[in-house]
Ligand binder design. Structure first.
Ligand code: UDP
Ligand code: MG
Length: 318
């Protein structure tokens, strides 16, 4: 019996890139299809274009195709979760649809997996074409992640091969809001890394919005570190020491009969303390909202349609 490999592709409005992706997968997986049974599962994250139609009408000799469509856009993380939840196979490959994760690396990933690595990661040599602002923000995020949670994700990508063992482990985690890359890195499995140059996105456009990315970064950071909460305490203690110093100086001056005149100082101090309090409350709010989300325990996504072609018998859905 051949080993089964699921290729999970999160997609959001990718009608222009899907045909190229299928052609490329066909080219790369065909020579390996005698040895493995491939199942390509397209996780349609609320596309409003022809993405689902293209998948429904697609058939290949090299792999079977599956479609799992969400009712609306739930985000890439939810799409990855859905993929990991639904297929039973020996290995799982997560890949972007836009060919920025070159499928040519799949044979090497499988080779390293066969040689015993339960986790094979493709790491970016450089970050491809990005605006200065985007580069700055991603640097800020990765640096914060590194210093707050000791997870080094700078060149990490979602392009990974996971052994069944890792997927079973992830499924057993009760948390709903998963930050896939962080979770994998946190699990600490021995990894084989394949460096790759990120090609530019040739067709279609990224559906990430700036505000969406900011929310995603804050949510990922707070998933892996509670250090900001401790920071609030540290700032509080520093302010206390400062206020004791200033307070005793003021009292001393008063005892000498030189009452301090300093309306400006009072206003500045009030504003400073006010904003510190607001920021601290905001930080605590961020964590409370995460707890709230988890406690509600709503599913991370809702499936509208599921299809599985049987070009070959791999990747049996659960
Ligand atoms: N994607 C998704 N849901 C989203 C946003 C993106 O499934 O809400 C998919 C998208 O179709 C692509 C992959 O995630 O296959 C990577 O997205 P994109 O290329 O837009 O982002 P990048 O990480 O390259 O900036
Ligand atoms: Mg991309």
């Amino acid at each position: 019996m051949n080993k089964t490999v699921s290729v999970l592709v999160p997609v959001n409005n990718e009608e222009v890139v899907l045909p190229a992706l299928f052609a490329e997968l066909e080219r790369i997986l065909e020579p390996l299809s005698g040895k493995y049974q491939f199942h390509v599962l397209i996780l349609d994250d609320g596309s409003v274009d022809k993405t689902a139609d293209i998948v429904r009408n697609h058939a290949s000799n090299a792999y079977s195709t599956g479609l799992c469509s969400f009712t609306r856009n739930f985000g890439k993380e939810s799409a990855i979760s859905a993929g990991l939840d639904r297929c039973e196979s020996d290995a799982y490959i997560i890949i972007d649809a836009d060919l920025q994760h070159p499928p040519e690396l799949i044979p090497e990933m499988l080779m390293q997996w066969e040689s015993g690595f339960k986790l094979v990661e493709c790491v970016k040599k450089s970050r491809g074409r990005e605006s200065m602002f985007y580069k700055f923000c991603s640097q800020l995020f990765y640096q914060s992640m590194k210093s707050l949670s000791s997870l080094e994700l700078d060149n990490d990508s979602d392009y990974k091969l996971l052994d069944k063992e890792i997927v079973l482990m992830i499924r057993s985690f009760p948390e709903k809001n998963r930050f896939f890359r962080g979770l994998i890195s946190w699990m600490g499995y021995p990894t084989y890394q394949i460096p790759f140059e990120v090609p530019n996105r040739e067709q279609g456009k990224s559906s990430w919005k700036t505000w969406g990315l900011i929310k995603y970064s804050l949510s990922s950071l707070s998933s892996f570190s509670s250090a900001p909460l401790q920071l609030v305490t540290v700032i509080g203690v520093l302010m206390l020491i400062l206020s004791l110093l200033i307070g005793s100086l003021t009292l001393y001056q008063w005892a000498l009969g030189n009452a301090v005149t300093g309306f400006t100082t009072v206003i500045i101090l009030l504003l400073m303390i006010g904003s510190m309090l607001m920021i601290s409350l905001g930080l605590i709010g961020l964590y409370i909202s995460k707890i709230y989300d988890e406690v509600k325990s709503r599913p991370g996504y809702i499936v509208k349609e599921e299809l599985n072609s049987s070009a070959n018998e791999s990747g049996k859905p659960k």
